[in-house]
Design a protein around this ligand. Sequence first.
Ligand SMILES: *Cc1c(COP(=O)(O)O)cnc(C)c1O
Length: 304
Amino acid sequence: INRYPDNKHTEIKKLVSDIKNVNINQVVFGNGTDEILDLIVRVFCNPNKDKIITLPPTYGMYDVIAKTNGVENIEIPLKSDFSIDTDKILDLKTSNIKILFLCSPNNPTGNKLKRSDIYSLIASFKTGFIIIDEAYIDFSDEPSFVLELAQYSSLIVLQTLSKAYGLASLRLGMAFADSAIIGLLNKIKPPYNIGGATQEIVVKALANPHFKKESVALILAERTRLVERLSSIKEVIKIYPSDANFILVHFNNANKLFDYLIESKLITRNRSSVALCEDSIRITVGISEENDKLVDLITKFYSA
Ligand SMILES: *Cc1c(COP(=O)(O)O)cnc(C)c1O
């Protein structure tokens, strides 16, 4: 470990391009997808001039990265059923919009976006690039847009090892796109952005054909069990359907419940102050002991 790591990520690139069935020059890796989001905004947007579109409620980093790069974020909220307001996006008269961020399955709502809506946006949004963030794609039965890159040269698909592979601490994010786009991202990425230890462990995880499948199967089984257990609590008003490794749950008195869980050393995501997610908490599916502890704590909270 006294030597610098491979700055071309040769081994993981070979494995990933085989698994995803893309060319080696259609992949770039980042220190988490979060680093790639930053690279994309810096490559395509001029500060204080260009703009991006996001569809809240969605992943918070799009807004953070736009703002830290001096790029305006135009928010077009999802409709109340968490689907895309395509008409509103296409009616925008604003100029200099360079990026449209779509997150499917979406964080924190858990639903996948309608494929027909995504196609109509790809067909009509011609002034910039469409990013499809597929951080949760492996928990869904939806096919990845990576398979369609050949048809769409302005599409960038993001995936990560942080969720389905359960390797968040290693920090490995991936972007798939036309080789011209990947070439630009490669030019501005810090050369040693993926550490040697990460590359070594990732090779092992990727080379094992069962690794991801087993991890996803475990999480999906636990998700089903967690939903069943929560459904029997009467203060649970609604559990939104999920295509991800988390569930969004509408509770009676969510703020107080969230504080109680924190005091009990269990961290969830309180989305109560987010429009369309009123009184709701996003819960990541844990291992079975963690899920049981959660349900027990919630039951205890409401019976107090
Ligand atoms: C977790 C998450 C990411 C970031 O993943 P990293 O690769 O760990 O940086 C990106 N997008 C969404 C929607 C996420 O939920």
